[in-house]
Design a binder for this molecule. Structure first.
Ligand SMILES: O=C(O)CCC(=O)C(=O)O
Length: 450
């Protein structure tokens, strides 16, 4: 079955829940981790919450699922009812576009995850219990979110993280500056060899050292022009902590995440797989030196909603509040050298902050849209049919010779990408970036030419 897709248009990844729970809807937390438990614990979801929810589920075509969940929440000794409810909800989550899945089915999914986690915990299969809780967080609805979060916190204290032999890729990359980020001729040639034709030869993205909010507003946000901001994130704990993969593994090694597998999201055979961060790192390691173009990329994932400890390592840039801005989402992008995000545009203002490693980024203004041949299908209409790595000038003649700006985004730098600007991104080393998308009252200022 296909995984759910993100939003109305896809670039990457599964949609993960963001909405916080309203306080008056907070269920009591399930009593996990009672070591003396002799049977799976009854979930203390109060009837005042459970019964209206089950009613709503019945009204949405979930009569059978509601019956199974009622049984599971009532302390069923076997996990059969919870598992059957989980399968039914999973099927609903994978029918049609992700944004059209009724919330009540996502809540049903969360509740089934809580029940199954409780059973697995009782069976001392703690890794599996945690996996169910993560599934609930990633794909479930808001109603039982605080119960899932609380269960995860108590699990983290008990389960510990992977103590496997660490074959960790040193994530760090040496800094290179100037010349679009290329310091010596040999290094420059090696990098240019793997980048799309014409890279780093035309016009570089402007750079500003920690500009004031006013300078950012007047010179970049209002006219809709990209800029690299340097020296504005040196205080982030992530800059020192995330280079050490042992740290990431300690905090999040046993957490389940959606990983994109394939050349890139437009390529044939592209898919998503769920795995733990430790498994992802292990697979990177075993693929080192392998010539396959297939990449494993944790892309556009709201990791910081899922793992608040990592959230405290980053700082929302003040620039994101310029123009009366409202933060829309914070996403993680973690992958080895060679990951590619094909040419596409997004509707939001974006700061792409480079925490570990370096990335090549190419940008075309909104005015180039017609010459970049967006896909006609609604789901892909923000992606270009032009494959910059394999340009077909006969099929897409207008794309040839189009003006662009580009850069190598180095560790500690943030790139402002105005709304609707086309961008292509390729990592040049193992890389960990964070994107901040925000909206302003008037988001439609991406049309400035280069
Ligand atoms: O870093 C990447 O691979 C892509 C980033 C991106 O497309 C974005 O931040 O909108």
């Amino acid at each position: 079955m296909a995984p759910p897709e993100r939003g109305d248009t896809i670039t990457h990844s599964v949609q993960i829940l963001k909405e916080p729970l309203a306080n008056d809807h907070v269920p009591r937390v399930p009593v996990f981790l009672d070591a003396s438990a002799t049977q799976p614990l009854t979930l203390p979801v109060p009837p005042s919450l459970l019964l209206p929810f089950l009613d709503q589920l019945r009204r949405n075509g979930g009569i059978m699922c509601a019956g199974l969940l009622a049984e599971a929440c009532g302390g069923a000794k076997e996990e059969g009812p919870a598992e059957a409810a989980h399968d039914m909800a999973w099927e609903q989550l994978h029918t049609g576009a992700w944004h059209s899945v009724p919330l009540v089915w996502r809540d049903a999914f969360s509740l089934s995850c809580l029940c199954l986690a409780s059973h697995r915990q009782y069976a001392r299969q703690l890794d599996q219990a945690l996996r169910y809780l993560d599934l609930g967080v990633m794909m479930g609805g808001p109603l039982f979110r605080s119960a899932l979060d609380a269960a995860i916190v108590s699990f983290q204290d008990t389960v510990g993280n992977s103590d496997r032999e660490e074959h960790l890729i040193g994530l760090g990359a040496e800094g290179h500056e100037e010349n679009g980020g290329l310091s010596d001729e040999e290094g420059k040639e090696a990098v240019l060899d793997c980048l799309p034709h014409g890279s780093l030869q035309y016009k570089f993205v402007e750079k500003q050292c920690n500009p004031s909010l006013e300078v950012f507003l007047c010179n970049y946000l209002l006219p809709g022009l990209p800029v690299i901001v340097t020296d504005a994130m040196s205080h982030w704990p992530a800059l020192t902590k995330w280079n050490d993969f042992k740290y990431l593994q300690k905090i999040a090694g046993n957490r389940t995440i959606p990983v994109e597998v394939g050349e890139h999201y437009l390529a044939e055979g592209w898919r998503q797989e769920l795995m733990t961060l430790s498994q992802l790192m292990e697979r990177w390691h075993t693929r080192l030196g392998c010539s396959s173009k297939e990449q494993l990329y944790l892309a556009q994932h709201p990791l910081f909603d899922q793992i608040p400890q990592l959230r405290s390592d980053i700082v929302i840039p003040d620039y994101c509040s310029v123009g009366g801005g409202e933060l829309h989402s914070i996403n993680a992008w973690l992958g080895p050298a060679g990951t590619i995000t094909p040419l596409h545009h997004d509707p939001h203002h974006n700061f792409l902050a480079q925490v570990v490693g370096r990335k090549y980024v190419r940008l075309y203004s909104h005015q180039a849209s017609e010459c970049l041949y967006p896909y006609a299908e609604a789901m892909l209409c923000n992606s270009s049919q032009v494959d910059l790595n394999n340009p077909d000038n006969k099929q897409w003649p207008e794309a040839q010779g189009l003006k662009f700006v580009d850069c190598i985004l180095e560790e500690g730098q943030m790139l402002y990408i105005p709304p609707k600007w086309w961008h292509y991104v390729q990592s040049l080393s193992p890389s960990f970036s964070v994107s901040f998308w925000w909206t302003t009252d008037d988001n439609d200022n991406g049309g400035h030419s280069i």
